[in-house]
Ligand binder design. Structure first.
Ligand SMILES: Nc1nc2c(ncn2[C@@H]2O[C@H](COP(=O)(O)OP(=O)(O)OP(=O)(O)O)[C@@H](O)[C@H]2O)c(=O)[nH]1
Ligand SMILES: [Mg+2]
Length: 298
């Protein structure tokens, strides 16, 4: 039996969460076209069996994109990603554009130089970047001599996700099974539901508004095939509250409907979802508030 903890790191929006979901064949982590979607370390578990017997377990830790923080939440997010680097047995470093001196990727490369763990460079979005750019990226990183393996992937098209998994299995060492073989994540449904709501906020709202939201599940109960969820959406300004609710409540209705459908698929139950909006000014710079919203070390 082989096992390993695998950190997935990179700048915001390079496709870390999409790649995790593609490798697992299930959606565990939320994704969006907006940077800074992931806020916590999100664990996803991949177990490969042969003849009904588990032979390899990879515990992935998807992390927030590493960026220059503008508030305490941002610092928490970047700290979470950097801490994962130290805990992981192997690292997947995702990029989607050419290396630039003094750029965001350069900062991550410096961090990677300080850890001994095996490192795989994943050049993601190959469906979009074209062969010339791919070659440029490949050559620069290859010349660093820092990576055990370099691979191009398209997370949205599930191209080469099997190659990444096979390489990680090769790099993994003998170790115990950490989780039951059929488990895909150890996060409770309640957390996944709050993340799904947050994903819809990112999809339905523009600019700074969704980044200033947090979702708090106030009640979560399942009875006779019906899950009742009461969730508060916190935002940073009164004007944002109006935008979240929308004209005649249309915006929040759309958000609620999309979230409900996905939570129904997740739980396999019918879902009653009630959303309400509250204002907590400047919460992203309050240590107490960010910790209360669950942005803290486990
Ligand atoms: N074309 C293309 N788009 C991709 C690919 N992988 C991810 N994306 C898109 O890139 C955007 C960001 O994806 P995420 O998975 O949320 O990125 P992330 O790195 O987890 O971002 P943060 O959580 O903000 O750090 C989404 O719109 C994805 O659909 C890919 O292989 N090709
Ligand atoms: Mg993410």
């Amino acid at each position: 039996m082989k096992s390993a903890f695998v950190g997935i790191i990179g700048r915001p929006n390079v496709g870390k969460s999409t790649l995790l979901n593609a490798m697992l064949g299930e959606k565990i982590a939320i994704t969006s076209p907006k940077p800074q979607t992931t806020r916590n370390a999100v664990r996803g578990i991949y177990t490969r069996s042969e003849g009904g017997q588990p032979v390899c377990q990879l515990v992935f830790i998807d992390t927030p994109g590493i960026h220059k923080p503008k508030n305490k939440l941002g610092s928490y997010m970047t700290d979470t990603a950097v801490a994962t680097l130290k805990e992981a047995d192997a690292v997947l470093f995702l990029v989607d554009s050419p290396y630039e001196d003094n750029g965001g990727d350069a900062l991550i490369v410096d961090l990677l130089k300080k850890v001994e763990t095996p490192k795989i460079l994943v050049i993601n979005k190959t469906d979009k970047i074209g062969p010339d750019v791919f070659e440029k990226i490949y050559k620069t990183y290859d010349a660093m001599g820092l990576f055990d393996f370099i691979v191009g992937t398209s997370a949205v098209k599930s191209v080469n996700t099997d190659v990444v998994l096979a390489k990680l299995e090769e790099l993994a060492e003998e170790g115990p099974m950490f989780f039951p073989p059929d488990m895909v994540t150890d996060h409770p449904e309640r957390f996944l539901a709050s993340e799904i709501i947050r994903e819809k906020l990112l999809l339905y709202l523009e600019e700074e508004v969704p980044h200033g939201t947090a979702v708090e599940i106030e009640k979560y109960e399942e009875l006779d095939g019906l899950t009742r969820i009461y969730a508060a959406i916190y935002c940073e300004r009164k004007s944002h509250k109006g935008m979240i609710i929308g004209k005649e409540g249309r915006k929040i209705k759309g958000i609620g409907k999309a979230a409900r459908q996905e939570i129904e698929a997740l739980t396999g139950t019918r879902v009653y979802l009630e959303l309400f909006v509250k204002v907590k000014e400047g919460w992203r710079d309050s240590s107490v508030a960010i910790s209360n919203f669950g942005y803290k070390k486990d």
